[in-house]
Design a protein around this ligand. Sequence first.
Ligand code: F6R
Length: 614
Amino acid sequence: MCGIVGYIGNQDAYPILIKGLHRLEYRGYDSAGVALINPHGQLNIYKAKGKVSELEKFAEDKDISGHIGIAHTRWATHGEPNQVNAHPHFSESEQLAIIHNGIIENYALLKEGLMQHGYTFRSTTDTEVLIQLIEYTQRTSKTDLRTAVQLALNQVVGAYAIAVLDKQHPDTIVAARKGSPLVVGVGDNEYFLASDATPIVEYTDKVIYIEDEEIVLLKKGEEPQITTISNVSKTPEIKKLEITLNQLEKGGYAHFMLKEIFEQPQTLRVSMRGRVNIDRDCIALSGFIDNRERFLNAKRIIITACGTSWHAGLIAMYCIEEFARIPVEVEYSSEFRYRKPVINKDDVVIAISQSGETADTLAAIRLAKDAGAFIFSICNVVGASIPRLSDSGCYTHVGPEIGVASTKAFTAQVTALIMLSLCIGKEKGTLDNESYLRILRELGNIPDHISKVLQQNDRLARFAQMFTYAQNFIYLGRGYNYPVALEGALKLKEISYIHAEGYPAAEMKHGPIALISQEMPVVVIAPHGSTYDKIVSNIQEIKARQGKIISIVTEGDTQVTEMSDFCIPIPKTEECLTPILSVIPLQLLAYHIAVAKERDVDQPRNLAKSVTVE
Ligand code: F6R
């Protein structure tokens, strides 16, 4: 949460910073700000409540000159989202400015100490405490900025990615990270700094990923200098960026979310490329092959994730237990990390995260790693913290997911988890060869099946108009499609703000059925499979109480279709693969209802994409 950008070089910093903020807006959008040192050595800060566009309006008639600057888009943690609390923050003397992504947990104690030394505070943020501490350290220890940052960070408990400007040194940015991401872009006699590579990609493909507890000094005309907060020098390692510029644009779609939904046939092809080999009838996952014994000897698999990624984990529980016969526990990372879980050395822990930066999931795998478990991660963002901390893993390679609601990352996570469970099952001998081959061949058909489901987009868009009245929705599924019910409900609530609940269909009669009335749309995911007959009975129970049925069924279905008010067919496929198809109409349904309600689909209220705070 929160996006940070920095620039130092020969170009005008302001347009680069603003463009960078727009790219990072998915990380938070309740206020934004920019700090620039102009050619006369003045340090100017401009801030505005609301989105980056508000900052642009605010800065229209201001002095935005300067070849060095830092900028921030905020998702508030400490202090309400207003102009004063927006970043950057000045130090007491207004010589220094800071931007920060993260939380300083011991800020109250530090603030008290600084107040005793006469410091006053303009905002209610933890970040202002940090810049005051840096200034206080710089003054009392009579040191340079980098050392002051280092000494101050040694007193800090919490998470941070920060960048600091010093008016006295208009050719220098000092930045550091612990727990929040930070990337340096290396240009021609210029440097870029950002929370992820998206603001950097159009200027350079050379990046340095800053590691936890590292401080980087960026000075015009000099090599970046990296030291740890315990003052050990490090050699910067320059890597090549994999993302491209057109992946960051809407490409003619009204929203990133719609573009990302429509990209799914292609993203899954890329995810499976080099892994699912139909001609040779095998699946090759290098993260599995290199660590075969760890998986085959695992007494248990623990899956840890948050939100949509957790739903993907729940689907994995069904397929890993079915094919590999290894007990699976699926844990919310935020609960797992705090409940003193029993973790054994022969456990395999699978972390699932699109961003690879989710604070709770990162903390959960640290805990598991300390307990000696083997960590395998399924992430999308290459080089992010979670894959770097893991022993092994599998990237989903779906390209940047910019819409705050996760769509293409989910289908790729499920695909990766199915591939993994097939690999383990085959090697363990718990999955017969015939089933293995059938499913792997069918995996190859999934992208075309998704394209077919997407052809129903216009029909779904028209249908969605009828549901803008609804205050509540229920989503029901069984077996492999129970997690899809949870995911469908999450998609709807996060972007349309309509209350929605997902349930295993049979649980209805244990309480929620009391909610059913003519006003209640019930979305039932009922493709053909082992629980089809059971779900037919569940639908009858709802019908009897006048609930409105929207169903997802297999093409050619008659029974559920006849009972439904609206029906969306999906192609016939293997049962374990149905979630990858059944979730598509639910993504589209949520999208079109949200559009009809004129919601901010790509940046829904109160949310941010990369949840780097607990
Ligand atoms: C919902 C959504 C979130 C994320 C969750 C975990 O659409 O995007 O629920 O799935 O915040 O994020 P990652 O996968 O980045 O760890």
